[in-house]
Design a protein around this ligand. Structure first.
Ligand code: PEP
Ligand code: MN
Length: 336
């Protein structure tokens, strides 16, 4: 980190900044120029808050050299993190599709969808039980019962399961859940992230609706700082001025994050687009751009889905998508 000190700074105010930096265990290399004094900071600068430094009147500008996150950063760990989900791996060249309905609706529904996606060659099942809906009058999920049904599908089909947590108060109910999802709306629920940092289970962290990549990685850092380094990042579209799609898929997030971080990155084209017909082209684009996986909403009867039917693929559409993804992956892997 570099601090530029204001012209004509008096010694007292410079000293108070210096003693603050010393207290924070920073080694400071001071360069006095004709018009400017520059302080080069060496130490654990991720723990420094840039805004706090601006509270010193002597500070003209502050520039980070290193990212504000550490554990999530590629500078800190150069090799790709591989996250184990049951017997399956994601990241570091391992690609997984996570499929299933937006919400678990009934035993028949989840078993039919799980059986079919498994037949299509998919290993990991998703299903929402606690649903973060924009309207309090909309279907809120089957909650505990939904998790029970999802667990039943896990046992019957021998598929690891992914489900979203909305409150840490429900954590005990997630015992059987292999991957806990943090939804877009909770990406900056720091209390939740901290708690999930203390458990030993992979966390699928979705990017917030209006969050930058840096904020996304800072949220991953929250989880990792607690000791849980099994984080999978999921780009699911962000808010833009565009109304033709539910959100705008930030496809560039994949190569950008891969440069900045060692964590696996997957794409959810279902929530990104909000439209079933856009899911396949966006899924293929995700493969081409180097994503480590996909999360696809799949339903046995999208027209009757209690949540997100318009963006859900039916079982045939999903089967056809898996075949195309497999073909494209062969090409992408052989041309790396
Ligand atoms: C979901 O995966 O069902 C979901 C609600 O996603 P998001 O948090 O990305 O909106
Ligand atoms: Mn959904």
């Amino acid at each position: 980190m570099v601090i530029v000190v204001k012209n004509q700074a008096n010694t007292d105010s410079l000293n108070s900044l210096m003693s603050y930096l010393n207290q924070r265990n920073m080694t400071v290399k001071q360069t006095v120029g004709e018009n400017r004094t520059i302080l080069g900071l060496i130490g654990d600068t991720v723990s420094l808050d840039v805004d706090e430094l601006y509270a010193f009147p002597v500070v003209e500008s502050v520039r980070r050299i290193q990212e504000p996150y550490k554990l999530a950063s590629r500078t800190f760990r150069s090799t790709d993190t591989v996250v184990d989900i049951g017997d399956y791996k994601i990241g570091g060249g391992n690609f997984q599709i996570i499929a299933g309905p937006c919400s678990v609706e009934s035993e028949e529904q989840i078993l039919e969808v799980a059986t079919s996606v498994k037949k299509s060659g998919v290993n990991i099942l998703r299903g929402g039980a606690y649903k973060p809906r924009s309207s309090p009058y909309a279907f809120q999920g089957l909650m505990g019962k939904g998790l029970e049904l999802l667990s039943e599908a896990k046992v019957q089909l021998k598929m690891p399961i992914v489900s979203e947590i909305m409150s840490i108060d429900d954590i005990d109910e997630f015992e059987d859940v292999d991957v806990i999802q943090v939804g877009a709306r909770n990406m900056q629920n720091f209390k939740l992230l901290k708690e999930l940092g203390c458990i030993n289970k992979p966390i699928l962290l979705k990017r917030g609706l209006a969050n930058t990549i840096e904020e996304f990685l800072m949220s991953a850092e929250y989880i990792m700082a607690g000791g849980n380094e099994q984080v999978i990042l999921c780009e699911r579209g962000i808010r833009t001025f565009e109304t033709a799609t539910r959100n705008t898929l930030d496809i560039s997030a994949v190569p950008v994050i891969k440069r900045l971080s060692h964590l696996p990155v997957i794409i959810d084209p279902s929530h990104a687009s909000g439209k079933a017909e856009l899911v396949e082209p966006l899924a293929l684009a995700s493969v081409a751009v180097g994503a480590d996986g996909l999360m696809i909403e799949t339903h046995n009867n999208p027209q009757c889905a209690l949540c997100d039917g318009a963006q859900s693929l039916n079982l045939e559409q999903f089967d056809s998508l898996v075949k195309k993804v497999d073909e494209l992956r062969k090409f992408v892997v052989s041309h790396k």
